[in-house]
Write a protein that binds this ligand. Structure first.
Ligand code: 6CS
Length: 343
């Protein structure tokens, strides 16, 4: 064997060893990250999670394991598991986070958000309150906020048709478990009843409550129209949700993996905006097809005004609950919204 063949063999062998070592390191660094959300297979949060998973798995050796509603408990349970580091990612809606981060209740001030979807999406993309102020508030609770996104316009479902706050008197309306949402329904004339999601269908079925609010896709997918068939479109807000990571986990990632996570969150955001476009109309059509008992009431401007004029007292309650920090957030929120509407 001549010198050059020997040299090539040695180099070849060491290249192979190096490649094997790199492969072993990358397998050793490949992790399985646990991600829980609050919805079921095919619902908006699940679609977001699947896109996030696709991006991560296509662009790294890491795997994402998704847990849907109920597999690990209620929304508050998955948040606790994330704060404890048992889960790496959690999708929790401000409807529940509001009890942990009072400022997150801002989404429950009625008639703050526009009804037009393009304006809502632009707001989420560009808002300084959403993209700069909220991450700091979540960080105080050990959470790295990755993205906030809208799921759909809120619609009230009731046991009877209604068109005014007077019609809501004595109606027990289920609300997610944050105090400001209770203020909203009190302002609307109703009796708010905070409940975790798992109890809502049964409570409607047994008439423990008379109604609830949610986006149409969820009213359809959860079969809520079967037990609460009168739909009332008041235009008072959007269901918003948020995806976040345990902050210690996130800060322990390499720069490359942090970038991967951010890109996956942005990628899934774009996908979800496409997904929700037209989803409410499709879901309403499915509901009408499935049930003859369903009624749909879309309030006119004058009827909406009767609800809207009760919003300022909820805004006052928000400021009372959140102090200076909430006031600053609300001012920025309003400024961001004005900018979106002016453009
Ligand atoms: O009303 C609720 O509690 C649920 N609504 C939606 C649209 N997603 C998850 C949440 O738990």
């Amino acid at each position: 064997m001549n010198k050059s063949t020997t040299f090539r063999k040695i180099v070849g062998a060491s290249t192979l060893t190096l490649a094997a070592a790199i492969a072993a390191t990358s397998v050793a660094n490949a992790a399985t990250w646990r991600y829980a959300h609050e919805e079921y297979d095919g619902d908006v949060q699940d679609v977001y999670a699947e896109h996030f998973k696709d991006y991560v798995e296509e662009n790294s050796d890491h795997q994402i394991q998704i847990f849907e509603f109920g597999q690990l408990g209620e929304s508050d349970d998955i948040m606790e598991q994330t704060q404890n580091g048992i889960l790496q990612f959690v999708n929790q809606s401000p409807g529940f986070t509001g009890s942990l981060i009072p400022e997150a209740q801002i989404f429950f001030i009625p008639y703050l958000m526009p009804t037009d979807m393009d304006a809502v999406v632009t707001f989420f993309r560009e808002s300084e309150a959403i993209n700069e102020m909220f991450p700091k508030l979540y960080a105080e609770q050990g959470l790295e906020l990755l993205q906030m996104y809208p799921e759909g316009e809120m619609v009230i479902t009731l046991d009877e048709k209604a068109t005014s706050p007077e019609d809501l008197q004595n109606k027990k309306i289920r609300v997610m478990t944050n105090p400001l949402l209770s203020e909203t329904y009190e302002a609307f004339g109703a009796t708010p009843t905070p409940l975790p999601w798992g109890e809502v269908y049964g409570a409607l079925q047994t008439n423990m409550i008379d109604g609830q609010e949610n986006p149409i896709f969820w009213i359809e997918s959860g079969g809520l129209y079967e037990v609460s068939p009168n739909l009332l479109f008041t235009g008072h807000g959007w269901f918003t949700t948020a995806i976040m990571a345990n902050q210690d986990f996130y800060e322990g990632l390499s720069e490359e993996d942090q970038k991967l996570v951010q890109e996956a969150a942005d990628y899934a955001f774009e996908k979800i905006i496409d997904h929700i476009d037209g989803l409410a109309d499709e879901s309403l059509a499915k509901i009408k097809e499935a049930s003859d008992d369903v009624t749909v009431t879309k309030l006119n401007d004058e009827q909406i005004e009767a609800f809207r004029e009760r919003a300022p007292q909820v805004e006052d309650a928000f400021i009372e609950m959140t102090g200076e920090s909430g006031k600053k957030l609300l001012d920025q929120f309003k400024e961001d919204l004005k900018e979106v509407q002016n453009n």
